[in-house]
Design a protein. Structure first.
Length: 87
């Protein structure tokens, strides 16, 4: 049996938001779509989903690179955890 490792959801959300904001040539629509799928699953299953916003509303047609260039919101619990981490 493999040892079990966990990662804090807050750190995962922050990492996902950084990756989704990338604009380099490796930050493809497919990469960002996968990140969106993963982080939405984690946030919903943990009761931390609070929605998202597009980085550019004028470039957010469904299925485009702009559609997946977004930022997910922190839940109230995650905001509390983030503020504790900054103290």
């Amino acid at each position: 049996m493999m040892p079990r490792k966990t990662t804090p959801i807050l750190g995962l959300l922050e990492y996902a938001n950084i990756q989704l904001a990338r604009t380099d040539k490796s930050a493809t629509k497919e990469l960002k779509a996968g990140i969106c799928c993963m982080i939405e699953h984690v946030l919903m299953n943990s009761g931390n989903y609070e929605g998202f916003c597009f980085k550019d509303n004028s470039d957010s047609d469904t299925g485009t690179l702009g559609y997946f260039t977004r930022s997910y919101f922190y839940s109230n619990n995650m905001r509390k955890e983030a503020s504790k981490n900054k103290e």
